[in-house]
Design a binder for this molecule. Structure first.
Ligand code: SAH
Length: 458
């Protein structure tokens, strides 16, 4: 087989990035947009020794799990990878992805992975949208998405994962830009004004936030943006964020409120949270509740426990658990988030949560060294970013031997690596629960219970 050859194959599996996998003459082929069960004709694009990449040319016989995607741009936009796969199969794919990583990377033989907890409606669930702004061929301002693996913008004002109200906000912004000749930022030249429009929505309060990210010190015609955007029912916060760096990081460090408040409020369960443009907040409110309920169940709290919540963000999990624990300590690297966490605790009259700014792998071990036995907790919750936990942190956790470790993970590969360490140092894997926070995409969130059994594997 060589480049440009046409081959016929049956897709048997699905790769970590959602690509179809099949075999031809003993060689493994990866084919984007092909699904397990499809019989396809594909053209070889690139061959390595034992595997290669091919382009889907024709579906000869479609998989029974194929569905009609809701968004016409799903193939070109980098956001969704699984829209053509039935939701039931997506949930199965996520369960298998976690299981495979636990076996392959974690070295577990029969990991207790439960079926993925899915959404009732796997569309329109995102409470946050970040639209890059650019211009079309005629120079007209457009909002949209970057095409997969590129930085060219596909104009789309309505993403089916996001709220319907996003479209109206974008139309107002683009209209003012056109009327007042306000330029869009150009990534290549580093010139132009408006870079991104960040929109957030409080699912339980109906509050809207718009943050315009600009490449200038001041937003031209700020009062017109404020006046027109504030007409939208529920508008609560209009801010401008200044980012003058040539970078693909979206937000800069300085944010100014031009109308209303600098934050919106939302609820998880009975607890209210103030969310500013910079703070991390789970994007799928309904499933966040499901995830936290599971974490709470795994924590097994009776009211007498001390709990550490490492990587606590604005204190969402900490405050959720504080209602059922004696004391909760939260650690988070972003100072602004810890400020939010402390305010959130106060506003909700939660007095048994204490927060520290710093790296989990520094703050927690330092506290343990200083307080010795008094630092001991019954439960440690970790919710790290994709790269997982530092080994030095896991080492200190094992030394302090809490009864239960609850691991909340957004990357099952680093999760598997970290659980392998915990399993080798006295912990038993009790249960793994994937929770679908990101329907239509390949991303998987899961929550895991590890229990102390004292048996070290050498
Ligand atoms: N538990 C929170 C946040 C989870 S996201 C929630 O559910 O909302 C992961 C968080 O870890 C982010 O807030 C990020 O800022 C923080 N973080 C990243 N590296 C860190 C580190 N080394 N130590 C502590 N926090 C870190």
């Amino acid at each position: 087989m060589k480049k440009d050859d046409l081959v016929t194959l049956t897709i048997e599996d699905i790769g970590h990035d959602g690509e179809g996998i099949g075999k031809v003459m003993g060689m493994t082929l990866f084919v984007k947009d092909a699904l397990p069960g499809d019989v396809i004709q594909a053209k070889i694009m690139k061959m390595k020794k034992t595997y290669g990449y091919a382009r889907l040319m024709e579906i000869l016989s479609p998989s029974l799990n194929r569905v009609e995607p809701r968004c016409e741009h799903h193939k070109r936009c980098g956001g969704c990878q699984l829209q053509a796969l039935s939701y039931e199969s997506q949930l199965k794919f996520k369960e298998e992805k976690v299981r495979n990583n636990l076996i392959r990377i974690g070295g577990f033989t029969n990991p207790p992975v439960r079926p993925t907890l899915g959404m009732k409606e796997p569309y329109r669930y995102r409470n946050k949208a970040q639209y890059p702004i650019g211009v079309d061929r005629e120079g007209k301002p457009v909002a949209g998405f970057y095409a997969a693996r590129t930085h060219s913008i596909i104009p789309v004002e309505d993403c089916v994962l996001g709220k319907q109200g996003n479209g109206e906000i974008l139309r107002i912004v683009l209209q003012i830009m056109e009327e007042k000749h306000i330029s869009a930022y150009n990534e290549q030249t580093g010139k132009g004004c408006i870079r991104h429009v960040l929109i957030r929505y409080g699912e339980h309060t109906g509050e809207w936030m718009v943050c315009l990210v600009i490449n200038e010190k001041k937003l031209p015609c700020g009062e017109i943006f404020a006046q027109r955007l504030s007409q939208i029912p529920g508008m609560t916060s209009i801010t401008v964020n200044v980012n003058r760096e040539k970078t693909n990081v979206i937000l800069g460090s300085h944010t100014e409120t031009i109308w209303g408040q600098g934050y919106i409020t939302d609820f998880i369960g009975d607890i209210s949270f103030q969310i500013s443009p910079q703070s991390f907040y789970q994007v799928n409110p309904g499933q966040t509740r499901v995830l936290y309920e599971k974490a709470l169940e795994y924590a097994g709290l009776t009211g007498n426990e001390t709990v550490w919540d490492l990587y606590c963000g604005i204190g969402t999990i900490s405050l959720f658990l504080a209602q059922k624990a004696k004391k909760v300590y939260g650690v988070e690297i972003v100072p602004q988030a810890i400020e939010n966490a402390r305010d959130n605790a106060k506003r909700n009259h939660i007095g048994n949560a204490e927060f520290f700014v710093g790296k989990a792998e520094e703050v927690y071990p330092a506290y343990c060294r200083e307080h010795g036995e008094d630092a001991r907790a019954e439960v440690i919750v970790v919710d790290p970013p994709r790269k997982g936990c530092e080994e030095s942190l896991l080492e200190m956790m094992c030394q302090m031997s809490p009864k239960r470790i609850v691991y909340v993970s957004c990357d099952s590969a680093t999760l598997a690596r970290d659980l392998k360490y915990l399993a080798a140092h006295g912990y038993e894997l009790v249960e793994v629960q994937p929770v679908d926070q990101f329907g239509q995409t390949v991303h998987v969130e899961s929550v895991i219970l590890m229990q102390y059994c004292g048996k070290e594997k050498k």
